[in-house]
Design a protein around this ligand. Structure first.
Ligand SMILES: Cc1cc2nc3c(=O)[nH]c(=O)nc-3n(C[C@H](O)[C@H](O)[C@H](O)COP(=O)(O)OP(=O)(O)OC[C@H]3O[C@@H](n4cnc5c(N)ncnc54)[C@H](O)[C@@H]3O)c2cc1C
Length: 498
């Protein structure tokens, strides 16, 4: 059934004063103002009621509430095409916003009730920010879009032939599907390492890492055995991509500045932070000059960087790196990714790490109604290589998938996707970062300021932006990180599957 778009002539005719509102309603009926359409229709109804009502504080509010209840539904739900978006991460949320206020039904399913800003997870893991600062409830984010509903559920599989999604509790039909369930870390066949060296993908991971980090110092403060104390104050990070670099820099900073005066029997500034990277340089996806700059900035912070080295064995006692055994209590995994298992249930071809190999328009073979985006998709039609697993790819694909659906509803073909690469950044510490902005490479303070600006802009929610800005400013001037809480994380012991 094709979607019916609201046209200005569909709106009820108005009287004299209401004609003014009607003009706005006509304007709102155009596509450009679709987000404002319902708001303006609400104002139109309110104005009509206010003509007869005393315009007084509380009573006005009561009228507003009643008026909203009087608003007619544009269409009955069953007549509208049903779009299901699985995953409210960067890709899924963008798609949902793009489909908001269209004449379709949108259902967003996620297994958590929040959208997580993963790029700042390392700040939760290193006690700079609190979990709520980098997460926003999905319902709240989408509450203003009346055609969008949110379901908290874990998707187990998709039956593309029956057009059904199976969650643990229910089955949901769809006309169009956008699958955006992201990725988790991969231990290259050594799943037993996950307990020894947690990765950083979820809030639970970040809280668990924070606990291990702070507990290591508490333990070191209590013991007298020098070797055990040194091992407790040695942190090994496996993987020298952006996450590994950010973690290494942040741990070195809190050891040298934030915790420096908090203990009586240990000197946290003597902490060893070791970053291990299998490739011959850090940040392999960045240009060579920025890799070299990142290395220098980390070394300035006291981080020991070992490139061209691999961790071959992990135990409670430490990490085997080539011929050397490094005794350490806390190990952090930042080395590899595995796509979410849901992709495999589509029956479409997947690559070595489980990403769904998509067509050039993000659809899967033989099912134009199914699109896969973000970290879950392998899109190699632009450069011959899969696009990187970064948030701009997921967001642009989310918007594109939504546009494709609107086109298909109107009987047009889905369009080919093209990624607009605006560059990449990695932060290392206070005034330390690298940024590849394509036309210019930045290092140090300028890169750090750009990084700060971009991360504040893209944080979801006004409250979060303010809270994060305030805490960053506080930490910048005082070196103090306020979220140094040791909380036990029961969920980390029972992680959800990838
Ligand atoms: C520590 C870290 C740092 C990063 N730093 C940067 C950075 O600085 N810059 C950058 O551009 N990118 C960065 N990234 C990458 C970026 O976060 C990802 O590329 C982006 O999140 C991918 O978006 P997505 O929508 O594909 O998946 P995600 O954002 O991961 O969202 C997936 C969603 O699906 C949900 N989900 C998963 N499985 C199920 C299921 N079975 N049922 C229901 N829901 C499910 C999840 O709860 C989640 O909400 C970083 C990633 C990490 C982990």
């Amino acid at each position: 059934m094709p979607a019916r778009r609201v046209r200005s002539q569909d709106l009820p005719a108005c009287g004299d004063l209401e004609a003014f509102c009607h003009c706005f309603a006509c304007l709102a009926a155009s596509d450009r103002f679709r987000h404002e359409r319902r708001k303006i229709e609400e104002i139109a109804v309110l104005t009509r009621i206010d003509l007869w009502a005393p315009v007084l504080g509380a009573r006005r509010l009561a009228f507003r509430r009643n008026a909203l209840q009087l608003l007619p539904m544009e269409n009955t739900p069953t007549e509208k095409p049903h779009v299901v978006i699985v995953g409210a991460g960067f890709g899924g949320l963008e798609a949902a916003k793009k489909l908001a206020c269209e004449d379709i039904r949108v259902t967003v399913i996620d297994r958590t009730n929040y959208h997580l800003f993963q790029p700042l997870l390392y700040q939760v893991a290193t006690a700079a920010l609190s979990p709520a600062d980098i997460a926003a409830p999905v319902r709240a984010v989408l509450s203003k879009y009346k055609n969008v509903e949110v379901i908290l559920a874990e998707v187990e599989s998709v039956d593309v032939d029956a057009k059904k999604i199976k969650t643990i509790e229910m089955e949901i039909d769809y006309d169009f599907l956008i699958l955006a369930t992201g990725a988790r870390h991969s231990y290259f066949g050594h799943n037993e390492w996950e307990k020894l060296a947690p990765g950083l993908k979820s809030l639970e991971d970040a809280i668990e890492l924070r606990r291990r980090l702070l507990m290591a110092y508490e333990y070191a403060e209590k013991i007298t055995d020098e070797a055990a104390r040194k091992a407790a104050m040695t942190f090994v990070i496996i993987g020298g991509g952006p996450t590994g670099v950010e973690m290494a820099g942040a741990i070195a900073e809190i050891a040298r500045y934030t915790l420096a005066r908090d203990f009586r029997h240990i000197d946290p500034s003597q902490t060893r932070v070791i970053l291990i990277e299998g490739e011959r340089r850090l940040l392999a996806a960045f240009p060579e000059d920025l890799s070299a700059s990142a290395l220098k900035q980390l070394v300035d912070l006291g981080v020991e960087v070992r490139t061209g080295a691999r961790a071959t064995a992990l135990t409670e006692a430490g990490v085997q790196v080539g011929d050397e055994f490094v005794p350490c209590r806390v190990k952090i995994w930042a080395a590899g990714n595995n796509a979410s298992f849901v992709g495999k249930t589509l029956g479409a071809p997947v690559d070595r790490v489980g990403r769904v190999i998509v067509n050039d328009d993000l659809t899967i073979p033989a099912h134009p109604e199914v699109q896969v985006i973000g970290d879950l998709a392998n899109f190699s039609h632009q450069t011959g290589q899969p696009l990187p697993g970064v948030s701009p790819v997921a967001m642009q694909q989310g918007r594109h998938a939504a546009r494709n659906i609107l086109a298909m509803i109107e009987g047009r073909k889905p369009q080919r996707f093209r990624y607009w690469d605006k560059g990449s950044m990695a932060t290392i510490g206070r005034n330390k970062a690298v940024a590849d902005l394509n036309i210019v490479h930045l290092s140090g303070l300028p890169a750090w300021l750009v990084w700060l600006f971009v991360h504040i802009i893209f944080l979801v929610g006004f409250r979060n932006r303010l809270a994060v800005l305030f805490q960053w400013a506080w930490a910048y001037f005082t070196f103090n990180k306020g979220a140094r809480l040791i909380t036990r994380n029961f969920q980390a012991e029972q992680r959800p599957p990838a």
